[in-house]
Design a protein around this ligand. Structure first.
Ligand code: PGA
Length: 258
């Protein structure tokens, strides 16, 4: 059984003081959670404070991005060594905003994925089609290509920690969520492609999250689906009450998964 994972992507929001205030409100709200693995991905400047505050709490702290090299002349970048040194455990890779605004490509996604695995960081690899691609019936080929290129040259023996996030670009920050049917269909495409590139066993154990306008009231209908193993939440993760409600709703319904 794949463990439910609910991740928060805070993007470029919250100062260290605001992040700590979030945790103070959030911990009591999730004190009964035993079902979901919870990951918070704040801005780089908040990582050390959040790692400290989350110590011996049931919450993991991840980064939103990293470079694939250990060190070097790469102004403004953060390396996997730096992330593990401060106690981060997860990292988002290839978020569509990185692809769109910061020239992230499938090649850099692949390099970052290999680096994350080499440094024992749990990679959450984001894939997803643009609206025009969906409307031109290209969703399947886009997803298959993104998954194949992300996984190129990855040894199945080290691939178990990988997490994918299906984030249709047209659903991110738009209030437009994929229907359960659209999301499940995309997750199956991704899972089948993982089976093809890695192994069928890995395809059935690797978690695939849904992301794109997840809110407390749609977390239930998405997270009860067979191939949806959790959510990557942007806007609705900024408020501790709405994020805790997403965790609760997803957890209660995921137990009914077929
Ligand atoms: P959203 O963002 O929940 O605000 O749509 C999701 C994401 O970008 O990961």
């Amino acid at each position: 059984m794949r463990k439910l994972l609910i991740a928060a992507n805070w993007k470029m929001h919250k100062t260290p003081i605001e992040s700590s205030a979030f945790l103070t409100s959030f911990f009591p709200l999730i004190k009964n959670n035993t079902t979901a693995e919870i990951v918070l991905c704040p801005a780089m400047t908040c990582l050390p404070a959040l790692v400290d505050a989350a110590r011996s709490r049931p919450v993991f702290i991840g980064a939103q991005n990293m470079h694939w090299k250990n060190e070097g002349a790469y102004t403004g970048e953060t390396s996997p060594v730096m992330l593990t040194a401060i106690g981060a455990t997860h990292v988002l890779i290839g978020h569509s905003e990185r692809r769109q605004y910061f020239a992230e490509t499938d090649t850099t996604v692949n390099l970052k994925l290999k680096a994350a695995l080499a440094h024992s960081l749990v990679p959450i690899v984001c894939v997803g089609e643009h609206l025009e691609e969906r409307e031109s019936d290209l969703t399947r080929s886009v997803l298959e290509l993104q998954v194949s290129l992300a996984l190129e040259g990855i040894d199945p023996a080290v691939a178990a920690p990988i997490v994918f996030a299906y984030e249709p670009v047209w659903a991110i920050g738009t209030g437009r969520t994929a229907t359960a049917e659209i999301a499940e269909e995309a997750h199956v495409i991704i899972r089948n492609q993982i089976a093809k590139i890695l192994t069928p066993e890995l395809a059935s154990s690797i978690r695939i999250l849904y992301g794109g306008s997840v809110k407390p009231d749609n977390a239930q209908s998405l997270c009860c689906l067979k191939d949806i193993d959790g959510a990557l939440v942007g806007g609705a993760s900024l408020d501790p009450h709405s994020f805790a409600e997403i965790v609760r709703n997803a957890a209660s319904h995921s137990q009914a998964r077929p």
